[in-house]
Design a protein around this ligand. Structure first.
Ligand code: HEM
Ligand SMILES: *[C@@H]1O[C@H](CO)[C@@H](O)[C@H](O)[C@H]1NC(C)=O
Ligand SMILES: *[C@@H]1O[C@H](CO)[C@@H](O)[C@H](O)[C@H]1NC(C)=O
Length: 522
């Protein structure tokens, strides 16, 4: 009896000591950033499997909440930098940034603010790649990959996107005057899939491709690409043996992933053994050529490394582009006046029904402004994590313009909070409004960072800008986009309608949950 009581007492004592130490650590962590206001929670936002916001428990910044709250948390905290302090996994501080000057400093200093590799490890499931690397390894990868995103690749993206849109109009939508799309992503996802197919992998796919797999394959390239790219999260979550023997959709994914690997290996072999190298500017061919040209074996990527990077182009580039286009169409449908201005601007260049050319790209500044304004409101990547490699300090301001300097101890997590930055009222007038024309005047460049920036900024920015401007320009020149009328929503206000259509969820990136739109031929 006595023995029992003693062990209970001992356990209680150990627990109390543990909690006391945690509490002291927590308070010390908060004090290390001069008790800057922000989140005080049990768990930090590095618990990606619990991305929800619960006061006192988790800030949930990886989720769509971050997008809906926009600048609000900063407003409540009072400063353009917030401190998140948590107890688990360790007492740690994360500084969230919505201050353009501070962000510029952080993203410009790759050595002082490297990426914490933890959140990116999952991406190594695809093989070694540019996104999931740091330091010398990152430098080597970037040097090798960068030349593939060339002017010639951009031209290919443009020409092929225009061709894909015309194929859609001629062979799928045909003579229909009104095309109903129940879920806008059902249109934008296939578009970006076809574009990455040809400009990423060098394989042209048509909308009405027949479904017979070529000899030696069980699945067509199109289906393999489609299944893999729509289920990449499976690869991230489960080991291969489990996928191979798992549920039917896991098995389908596994088979498609394996097949896509075979197609890529075939392309590598074919290009290696070709007598005369055809001049090609898709990302995969360029990467292959650049790699073959290297003699030094230390610099060279293995076939696995090549594939890892091509997969990462898919992960990084395909959802982000598809979802941004989806938001752009929803916004244009919700704001017909803005759509009309875009249409008039396009018509000023494309007065007859001719095909827009790549060299005219800069004439479509209004399309670009629509794209930018969409990215300001709905940046697909909502947080960009960094970590301080040495002691530093940030100086920021509050609404009254007062300054405050915050120490940044070595090891502090530093996260660019893109929605906070993009809706910071110090830089954006009426931040909630969809107003593309704000990008046609002198806009605050440092307060707009959908692609991050500095040496680790998005390498695919030109790719996606070219693709998106082509899609928007060609589609809006031919069709008017409207919100589909549904009887059950007849009585809703504009605000309700806007909220309904723009309701978002997070997969790898943010996407609109369900937005039924109608395309009417002009
Ligand atoms: C609307 C479309 C896109 C958006 C908003 C976007 C955004 C971003 C952002 C914010 C980063 C920095 C990520 C971080 O630091 O954690 C990034 C990096 C990257 N993006 Fe994009 N991206 C888009 C399209 C693309 C496309 C089309 C490709 C390729 C075809 C691509 C390839 C990459 C790669 C490889 C990186 C890593 C660069 C490095 O670490 O050196 N992205 N992107
Ligand atoms: C759109 O934003 C990009 C930066 O992402 C900038 O280079 C470009 O000039 C902007 N253009 C327009 C028309 O908004
Ligand atoms: C709309 O598309 C998204 C993304 O592809 C999907 O997750 C969602 O379930 C779809 N919604 C409906 C109602 O079909």
């Amino acid at each position: 009896m006595l023995e029992d009581n003693r062990s209970v007492l001992l356990a209680a004592l150990v627990l109390a000591m543990f909690l006391l130490r945690k509490l002291l650590d927590f308070r010390r962590a908060a004090a290390s950033v001069t008790n800057l206001p922000g989140f005080r929670t049990l768990f930090s936002d590095r618990f990606v499997w619990f991305p929800y916001r619960v006061d006192g428990i988790s800030p949930g910044l990886q989720s769509e909440i971050n997008l809906y709250r926009k600048y609000q948390d900063f407003e409540e905290a009072g400063w353009d930098i917030m401190a998140g302090v948590s107890v688990f996994p360790t007492s740690e501080v994360t500084l969230y940034l919505a201050d353009p000057a501070v962000i510029k400093d952080v993203i410009g200093a790759r050595a002082r603010f490297p990426k914490p590799m933890g959140p990116y490890k999952v991406l190594l499931a695809f093989g070694p790649n540019l996104v999931a690397s740091e330091g010398e390894e990152w430098k080597r990868q970037r040097r090798l990959v960068a030349p593939a995103f060339s002017e010639k690749n951009n031209k290919l993206v443009w020409d092929e996107t225009v061709r894909i849109m015309h194929d859609l109009f001629d062979n799928v939508w045909g003579k229909e005057d009104t095309v109903v799309i129940d879920n806008i992503t059902d249109l934008t996802v296939p578009i970006t899939l076809l574009v990455i197919g040809v400009a990423g992998f060098g394989r042209r796919i048509t909308w009405n491709e027949d479904a017979v797999a070529p000899p030696g394959h069980t699945i067509t390239f199109k289906d393999a690409l489609n299944v893999v790219s729509r289920n990449l999260f499976l690869q991230v979550l489960f080991p291969h043996w489990l996928l191979k023997w798992g549920t039917p959709s896991m098995r389908r994914f596994h088979a498609s992933y394996t097949e896509l690997g075979h197609y890529m290996q075939e392309m590598i072999d074919a290009r290696r053994s070709a007598e005369v190298k055809e001049e090609r500017h898709d990302l995969f061919s360029s990467l292959l050529d650049a790699n073959e040209g290297l003699i030094d074996s230390g610099e060279k990527l293995s076939d696995i490394g090549l594939m890892g990077n091509v997969f990462i182009f898919m992960v990084a580039g395909y959802e982000t582009s598809a979802h941004t286009l989806a938001y752009a169409f929803i916004l244009l449908a919700l704001y017909p006046d803005e759509q009309e201005k875009l249409y008039q601007a396009i018509k000023a260049t494309l007065s007859d029904d001719r095909t827009p050319e790549y060299h005219e790209f800069s004439s479509f500044a209004y399309s670009m402004a629509v794209f930018n304004e969409t990215l300001r409101l709905f940046p697909p990547v909502i947080t960009i994590p960094k970590q301080s490699a040495e002691d530093a300090s940030f100086t920021t301001t509050n609404a009254a313009g007062e300054k405050r300097t915050v120490p940044v101890p070595k090891g502090t997590y530093v996260t660019v909070h893109t929605p906070g930055l993009h809706n910071n009222p110090k830089y954006w007038a009426d931040p909630d409004a969809f107003r593309p024309s704000r990008f046609l005047t002198d806009y605050p460049r440092d307060a707009f960072l959908p692609f991050s920036g500095g040496p680790r900024g998005c390498i695919g920015r030109g790719f996606t800008e070219t693709e998106s401007i082509a899609v928007l320009t060609v589609l809006i020149s031919r069709y008017r986009v409207e919100v589909r009328d549904e009887p059950q929503f007849a009585g809703e206000s504009f605000a309700q309608r806007r909220a309904r259509l723009l309701r978002s969820k997070l997969s790898l990136t943010l996407f609109p949950e369900r937005a039924p739109l109608v395309f009417k031929r002009r």
